[in-house]
Design a protein around this ligand. Structure first.
Ligand code: G1P
Length: 294
Protein backbone atom coordinates (compact mmCIF):
# COMPACT_ATOMS: atom_id res chain seq x y z
CA UNK A 1 0.00 0.00 0.00
CA UNK A 2 1.44 3.36 -1.05
CA UNK A 3 1.78 6.05 1.63
CA UNK A 4 -0.10 9.33 1.33
CA UNK A 5 2.54 12.01 0.79
CA UNK A 6 0.90 14.65 -1.37
CA UNK A 7 -2.07 16.95 -0.97
CA UNK A 8 -3.82 19.00 -3.62
CA UNK A 9 -5.44 22.25 -2.51
CA UNK A 10 -7.50 23.95 -5.20
CA UNK A 11 -7.46 27.72 -4.69
CA UNK A 12 -8.45 28.95 -8.14
CA UNK A 13 -12.06 29.89 -7.24
CA UNK A 14 -13.19 33.49 -7.55
CA UNK A 15 -14.70 33.81 -4.08
CA UNK A 16 -17.88 35.50 -5.32
CA UNK A 17 -19.75 34.49 -2.14
CA UNK A 18 -17.50 36.86 -0.22
CA UNK A 19 -17.54 39.98 -2.37
CA UNK A 20 -16.64 42.78 -1.92
CA UNK A 21 -14.01 41.51 0.57
CA UNK A 22 -12.51 39.24 -2.08
CA UNK A 23 -12.41 41.74 -4.93
CA UNK A 24 -8.67 42.37 -4.62
CA UNK A 25 -7.52 39.61 -2.25
CA UNK A 26 -7.96 35.84 -2.56
CA UNK A 27 -10.67 34.44 -0.28
CA UNK A 28 -8.09 31.98 1.06
CA UNK A 29 -6.19 34.97 2.51
CA UNK A 30 -9.10 36.15 4.66
CA UNK A 31 -7.96 36.03 8.27
CA UNK A 32 -9.29 33.76 11.00
CA UNK A 33 -7.94 35.30 14.24
CA UNK A 34 -4.26 35.65 13.35
CA UNK A 35 -3.64 33.74 10.13
CA UNK A 36 -5.21 33.31 6.72
CA UNK A 37 -7.64 30.42 6.25
CA UNK A 38 -5.26 28.71 3.82
CA UNK A 39 -2.66 28.44 6.58
CA UNK A 40 -5.04 26.36 8.71
CA UNK A 41 -5.55 24.04 5.75
CA UNK A 42 -1.81 23.69 5.09
CA UNK A 43 -1.15 23.16 8.81
CA UNK A 44 -3.76 20.38 8.90
CA UNK A 45 -2.00 18.66 6.00
CA UNK A 46 1.42 19.04 7.63
CA UNK A 47 0.11 17.74 10.98
CA UNK A 48 -1.22 14.70 9.09
CA UNK A 49 2.19 13.79 7.67
CA UNK A 50 1.79 15.29 4.17
CA UNK A 51 5.17 16.15 2.62
CA UNK A 52 4.21 18.11 -0.48
CA UNK A 53 1.38 20.51 -1.27
CA UNK A 54 0.15 21.18 -4.77
CA UNK A 55 -1.80 24.43 -5.03
CA UNK A 56 -4.06 24.76 -8.06
CA UNK A 57 -4.14 28.51 -8.57
CA UNK A 58 -5.44 31.09 -11.04
CA UNK A 59 -4.62 34.69 -11.90
CA UNK A 60 -4.70 37.02 -8.89
CA UNK A 61 -3.77 34.36 -6.34
CA UNK A 62 -0.06 35.14 -5.94
CA UNK A 63 -0.63 36.42 -2.37
CA UNK A 64 -1.12 32.77 -1.34
CA UNK A 65 2.21 31.68 -2.79
CA UNK A 66 3.91 34.74 -1.26
CA UNK A 67 2.46 33.91 2.15
CA UNK A 68 4.31 30.58 2.23
CA UNK A 69 7.48 31.96 0.64
CA UNK A 70 10.58 33.36 2.32
CA UNK A 71 10.58 37.17 2.28
CA UNK A 72 14.22 38.28 2.37
CA UNK A 73 13.44 42.00 2.78
CA UNK A 74 10.99 41.48 5.64
CA UNK A 75 13.34 39.02 7.32
CA UNK A 76 16.22 41.53 7.15
CA UNK A 77 14.08 44.30 8.65
CA UNK A 78 12.88 42.04 11.50
CA UNK A 79 16.46 40.92 12.12
CA UNK A 80 17.72 44.54 12.28
CA UNK A 81 14.91 45.42 14.68
CA UNK A 82 15.65 42.37 16.82
CA UNK A 83 12.08 41.02 16.46
CA UNK A 84 13.21 37.49 17.23
CA UNK A 85 9.85 35.87 17.92
CA UNK A 86 8.08 37.38 14.92
CA UNK A 87 11.00 36.43 12.67
CA UNK A 88 10.85 32.86 13.92
CA UNK A 89 7.11 32.69 13.39
CA UNK A 90 7.38 33.93 9.80
CA UNK A 91 10.26 31.61 8.99
CA UNK A 92 8.29 28.69 10.41
CA UNK A 93 5.56 29.40 7.85
CA UNK A 94 7.97 29.42 4.91
CA UNK A 95 9.67 26.27 6.23
CA UNK A 96 6.38 24.42 6.79
CA UNK A 97 6.39 22.29 3.68
CA UNK A 98 7.30 22.14 -0.04
CA UNK A 99 4.65 23.90 -2.09
CA UNK A 100 4.26 23.53 -5.84
CA UNK A 101 1.77 25.57 -7.87
CA UNK A 102 -0.03 24.64 -11.04
CA UNK A 103 -2.41 26.91 -12.91
CA UNK A 104 -6.02 26.28 -13.75
CA UNK A 105 -6.35 28.58 -16.74
CA UNK A 106 -10.13 28.45 -17.03
CA UNK A 107 -12.74 28.07 -14.26
CA UNK A 108 -14.17 24.78 -15.55
CA UNK A 109 -15.02 23.28 -12.15
CA UNK A 110 -13.54 21.47 -9.15
CA UNK A 111 -12.99 18.25 -11.10
CA UNK A 112 -11.02 20.12 -13.73
CA UNK A 113 -8.94 21.88 -11.03
CA UNK A 114 -7.92 18.54 -9.50
CA UNK A 115 -7.14 17.15 -12.96
CA UNK A 116 -4.65 20.01 -13.47
CA UNK A 117 -2.53 18.49 -10.68
CA UNK A 118 -2.22 15.06 -12.37
CA UNK A 119 1.40 15.38 -13.53
CA UNK A 120 2.64 16.56 -10.15
CA UNK A 121 0.69 13.92 -8.20
CA UNK A 122 1.74 11.07 -10.51
CA UNK A 123 0.85 7.48 -9.75
CA UNK A 124 0.18 7.58 -6.02
CA UNK A 125 -2.82 8.09 -3.75
CA UNK A 126 -3.21 11.65 -2.48
CA UNK A 127 -5.36 13.97 -0.39
CA UNK A 128 -7.53 16.82 -1.59
CA UNK A 129 -8.33 19.59 0.89
CA UNK A 130 -10.79 22.34 -0.05
CA UNK A 131 -9.89 25.75 1.29
CA UNK A 132 -13.44 26.72 2.30
CA UNK A 133 -13.79 23.81 4.71
CA UNK A 134 -12.06 24.33 8.04
CA UNK A 135 -12.19 21.47 10.52
CA UNK A 136 -11.52 21.83 14.22
CA UNK A 137 -10.70 18.46 15.75
CA UNK A 138 -8.35 16.76 18.22
CA UNK A 139 -6.87 14.55 15.50
CA UNK A 140 -6.61 16.46 12.19
CA UNK A 141 -9.39 15.36 9.80
CA UNK A 142 -6.84 14.50 7.11
CA UNK A 143 -4.96 12.28 9.57
CA UNK A 144 -8.15 10.47 10.60
CA UNK A 145 -8.70 9.65 6.93
CA UNK A 146 -5.12 8.47 6.40
CA UNK A 147 -5.48 6.18 9.43
CA UNK A 148 -8.67 4.70 7.95
CA UNK A 149 -6.97 4.32 4.55
CA UNK A 150 -4.27 2.24 6.24
CA UNK A 151 -7.05 -0.24 7.08
CA UNK A 152 -9.30 -0.11 4.02
CA UNK A 153 -6.75 0.72 1.27
CA UNK A 154 -9.29 2.53 -0.92
CA UNK A 155 -10.52 6.06 -1.64
CA UNK A 156 -12.34 7.89 1.14
CA UNK A 157 -14.53 10.98 1.21
CA UNK A 158 -15.17 12.81 4.47
CA UNK A 159 -18.86 13.34 5.20
CA UNK A 160 -21.14 14.88 7.78
CA UNK A 161 -24.87 14.70 8.26
CA UNK A 162 -26.63 17.92 7.31
CA UNK A 163 -30.30 18.94 7.62
CA UNK A 164 -32.29 17.46 4.70
CA UNK A 165 -33.20 20.97 3.47
CA UNK A 166 -29.49 21.73 2.95
CA UNK A 167 -28.59 18.68 0.86
CA UNK A 168 -28.84 20.69 -2.40
CA UNK A 169 -25.72 22.63 -1.32
CA UNK A 170 -23.42 19.58 -1.22
CA UNK A 171 -22.26 16.44 -2.92
CA UNK A 172 -24.48 13.77 -1.28
CA UNK A 173 -23.48 10.17 -0.63
CA UNK A 174 -25.69 7.12 -0.20
CA UNK A 175 -24.16 4.05 1.35
CA UNK A 176 -24.36 1.30 3.96
CA UNK A 177 -22.47 1.11 7.25
CA UNK A 178 -19.35 -1.09 7.32
CA UNK A 179 -17.49 -2.87 10.12
CA UNK A 180 -15.25 0.19 10.47
CA UNK A 181 -16.38 2.85 12.88
CA UNK A 182 -18.23 5.86 11.33
CA UNK A 183 -17.56 4.43 7.87
CA UNK A 184 -19.95 3.63 4.99
CA UNK A 185 -19.45 1.87 1.66
CA UNK A 186 -20.43 4.30 -1.08
CA UNK A 187 -23.34 3.17 -3.28
CA UNK A 188 -24.34 6.37 -4.98
CA UNK A 189 -23.19 9.94 -5.11
CA UNK A 190 -24.80 13.02 -6.57
CA UNK A 191 -23.59 16.60 -6.78
CA UNK A 192 -26.04 19.09 -5.28
CA UNK A 193 -29.25 17.07 -5.76
CA UNK A 194 -32.46 19.02 -6.34
CA UNK A 195 -34.57 19.15 -3.13
CA UNK A 196 -36.57 15.97 -2.60
CA UNK A 197 -34.59 13.88 -5.09
CA UNK A 198 -32.37 11.94 -2.69
CA UNK A 199 -32.86 10.01 0.52
CA UNK A 200 -29.54 10.64 2.20
CA UNK A 201 -28.29 13.61 4.20
CA UNK A 202 -24.64 12.52 4.18
CA UNK A 203 -22.82 15.52 2.72
CA UNK A 204 -19.29 15.48 1.35
CA UNK A 205 -17.12 18.05 3.06
CA UNK A 206 -13.88 19.22 1.52
CA UNK A 207 -11.54 16.35 2.39
CA UNK A 208 -10.90 13.49 -0.03
CA UNK A 209 -8.34 10.69 -0.09
CA UNK A 210 -8.09 9.50 -3.67
CA UNK A 211 -6.52 6.74 -5.69
CA UNK A 212 -4.58 8.06 -8.71
CA UNK A 213 -7.10 6.35 -11.06
CA UNK A 214 -9.33 9.36 -10.34
CA UNK A 215 -7.40 11.20 -13.06
CA UNK A 216 -8.55 8.68 -15.70
CA UNK A 217 -12.14 9.34 -14.72
CA UNK A 218 -11.67 13.10 -14.50
CA UNK A 219 -10.34 13.09 -18.03
CA UNK A 220 -13.57 11.47 -19.25
CA UNK A 221 -15.95 13.51 -17.07
CA UNK A 222 -18.24 15.81 -19.02
CA UNK A 223 -19.75 19.00 -17.55
CA UNK A 224 -22.37 18.19 -14.91
CA UNK A 225 -24.13 20.28 -12.26
CA UNK A 226 -23.86 24.01 -13.08
CA UNK A 227 -22.15 23.20 -16.40
CA UNK A 228 -18.89 22.43 -14.53
CA UNK A 229 -16.65 19.36 -14.50
CA UNK A 230 -17.62 17.96 -11.12
CA UNK A 231 -15.25 15.98 -8.91
CA UNK A 232 -18.29 14.15 -7.50
CA UNK A 233 -19.16 12.69 -10.96
CA UNK A 234 -15.63 11.29 -11.35
CA UNK A 235 -15.75 9.98 -7.75
CA UNK A 236 -18.89 8.00 -8.53
CA UNK A 237 -17.20 6.42 -11.55
CA UNK A 238 -14.13 5.56 -9.44
CA UNK A 239 -16.35 4.18 -6.70
CA UNK A 240 -18.21 1.95 -9.20
CA UNK A 241 -14.91 0.58 -10.45
CA UNK A 242 -12.98 -0.10 -7.29
CA UNK A 243 -15.09 0.91 -4.30
CA UNK A 244 -15.01 3.92 -2.04
CA UNK A 245 -15.71 4.73 1.59
CA UNK A 246 -17.49 7.67 3.20
CA UNK A 247 -16.15 8.57 6.62
CA UNK A 248 -18.01 10.62 9.22
CA UNK A 249 -15.01 12.42 10.66
CA UNK A 250 -14.66 13.42 14.30
CA UNK A 251 -14.66 17.18 14.64
CA UNK A 252 -16.52 20.35 13.72
CA UNK A 253 -16.53 21.70 10.19
CA UNK A 254 -16.92 25.36 9.23
CA UNK A 255 -17.82 26.67 5.80
CA UNK A 256 -15.35 29.55 5.82
CA UNK A 257 -16.39 30.52 2.30
CA UNK A 258 -19.77 31.64 3.61
CA UNK A 259 -20.08 34.86 5.62
CA UNK A 260 -21.90 33.32 8.61
CA UNK A 261 -19.72 30.19 8.58
CA UNK A 262 -16.66 32.43 8.55
CA UNK A 263 -17.89 34.38 11.60
CA UNK A 264 -18.57 31.12 13.48
CA UNK A 265 -15.06 29.93 12.66
CA UNK A 266 -13.54 33.17 13.96
CA UNK A 267 -15.43 32.86 17.27
CA UNK A 268 -14.51 29.20 17.86
CA UNK A 269 -10.90 29.53 16.74
CA UNK A 270 -10.50 32.67 18.88
CA UNK A 271 -11.93 30.81 21.90
CA UNK A 272 -9.39 28.03 21.48
CA UNK A 273 -6.45 30.37 20.82
CA UNK A 274 -3.62 30.04 23.36
CA UNK A 275 -3.15 33.71 24.14
CA UNK A 276 -6.50 35.21 23.13
CA UNK A 277 -8.87 32.46 24.27
CA UNK A 278 -9.34 33.64 27.86
CA UNK A 279 -9.77 37.41 27.30
CA UNK A 280 -11.96 36.73 24.25
CA UNK A 281 -14.20 34.42 26.28
CA UNK A 282 -14.62 37.15 28.92
CA UNK A 283 -15.52 39.64 26.21
CA UNK A 284 -17.97 37.21 24.62
CA UNK A 285 -19.66 36.58 27.99
CA UNK A 286 -20.14 40.32 28.48
CA UNK A 287 -21.65 40.55 24.97
CA UNK A 288 -24.00 37.66 25.80
CA UNK A 289 -25.06 39.34 29.05
CA UNK A 290 -25.82 42.56 27.21
CA UNK A 291 -27.83 40.69 24.57
CA UNK A 292 -29.78 38.84 27.30
CA UNK A 293 -30.71 42.19 28.90
CA UNK A 294 -32.08 43.64 25.66
C1 G1P B 1 -17.71 21.33 -3.34
C2 G1P B 1 -18.07 19.94 -3.84
C3 G1P B 1 -19.23 19.37 -3.06
C4 G1P B 1 -18.92 19.39 -1.57
C5 G1P B 1 -18.53 20.82 -1.13
C6 G1P B 1 -18.02 20.83 0.31
O1 G1P B 1 -18.78 22.19 -3.67
O2 G1P B 1 -18.37 19.99 -5.23
O3 G1P B 1 -19.49 18.05 -3.47
O4 G1P B 1 -20.03 18.95 -0.84
O5 G1P B 1 -17.46 21.34 -1.95
O6 G1P B 1 -17.71 22.11 0.75
P1 G1P B 1 -18.65 23.79 -3.60
O7 G1P B 1 -18.95 24.18 -2.18
O8 G1P B 1 -17.25 24.15 -4.00
O9 G1P B 1 -19.67 24.32 -4.55
Amino acid sequence: MKAIRKAVIPVAGLGTRFLPATKAIPKEMLTIVDRPTIQYIVEEAVASGIEEIILVTSAGKSAIENHFDYDFQLDTVLKDRNKIQMREELNNISNLIDIISVRQKEPLGLGHAIWMARNVVGDEPFMVLLGDDLVMSKVPCCKQMIQLYEEVGESIVAVQQVPMEQTHQYGIVEGLPTEYERTYKVDRMVEKPAPGTCNSNMAIIGRYLLMPEIFEFLEKTTPGHGGEIQLTDALLALSNKRGMYAYEFNGKRYDAGDKLGYLKAIVDFALSHNALGKPFREYLLSVCNNIAKQ
